[in-house]
Design a protein around this ligand. Structure first.
Ligand SMILES: [Zn+2]
Length: 186
């Protein structure tokens, strides 16, 4: 996996423009939009704990980077959580923001140089996939082993964090502010 820090930063950054959404601001504090998007972007790696707790074999359907890393599951998860969090059409907006953030998770994992491939195309295919270019050093599942290699892992992830933060801030800057006075023609 890529590190949880990077999954959070990338997911949260890409949700930054939606802090200006009037519908979302009516439903939650503006800071909660990127924070919850970041948490949803980390969530697929909970399959690691499920795999260990339930003794699921590596490389099987429900194992790490399997079904729970598919965009299909991530979209269903975002819809389910959003329907509990908000009401009306805002459900679909919040689910879209959360799903968009969370789908960065399998895409980042496909850029890592180790572990199993990602079940990206489920339900059309259960094949485990990587991108041809894999510049991110894979994070070990063990937290103690992660800190042994944290420097090189985070350094390899830094360009992706920087690109996400800059993109999120740039799009937020050109997004009309909620509640801003409208320009009326003379
Ligand atoms: Zn992952």
């Amino acid at each position: 996996m890529a590190s949880a820090i990077t999954h959070f930063v990338v997911g949260a950054s890409l949700a930054l423009p939606f802090t200006e959404s009037a519908a979302l601001r009516a439903a939650m504090p503006h800071w909660a939009v990127p924070v919850t998007a970041g948490l949803l972007a980390v969530a697929p790696d909970l399959d690691t704990w499920a795999m260990l707790a339930l003794d699921i074999p590596h490389g099987s359907f429900f194992s790490h980077r399997g079904f729970f890393h598919s965009p299909f599951f991530v979209i269903l998860l975002a819809l389910a959580v959003a329907s509990l969090a908000v009401r009306g059409r805002t459900v679909f907006l919040l689910a879209a923001v959360w799903a968009g953030a969370a789908i960065t998770h399998p895409l980042l994992d496909m850029l890592t140089d180790g572990g199993y491939g990602v079940m990206l195309l489920y339900p059309f295919s259960a094949e485990r996939l990587f991108f041809p270019w894999r510049p991110i050093r894979v994070s070990p599942l063990s937290i103690t082993r992660f800190f042994d290699r944290a420097g090189e892992i985070l350094w390899s992830e830094l360009p992706f964090c920087a690109a996400a933060i800059l993109s999120g801030l740039a799009v937020r800057r050109i997004t009309p502010r909620a509640g801003a006075p409208r320009q009326t023609p003379p």
